[in-house]
Design a protein. Structure first.
Length: 94
């Protein structure tokens, strides 16, 4: 039986650890650098916390309650989507 001090605990089909919630697959979680860049881009595109989480859930096709729940791969993909969105918007302003 797992103790309170264990580094990991299971919640449904998700594993919770000190880095956030990851799918049981054990994929690496979002890095602090990615997290910072993600929120800069989310704010630049006019998203508040609530709409950011809705956007992240849509892009990852799974429920997201915190940006810290993203895997590195998901974060990379979402960052690319946001950068593309910003570039498209900048292109239409010319």
């Amino acid at each position: 039986m797992a103790g309170i001090g264990d580094a990991h605990r299971h919640v449904g089909s998700l594993r919770v650890n000190g880095l956030g919630v990851a799918p049981v697959t054990g994929e690496p979680m979002i890095t602090p650098k990615q997290l910072g860049k993600l929120w800069v881009l989310l704010k630049e595109t006019g998203r508040d916390r609530e709409t950011a989480h809705q956007f992240l859930a849509f892009e990852t096709a799974r429920p997201i309650e915190s940006s810290k729940q993203l895997t590195r791969q998901e974060a990379s993909m979402v960052i690319q989507v946001l950068e593309h969105e910003i570039n498209q918007t900048a292109g239409t302003r010319r």
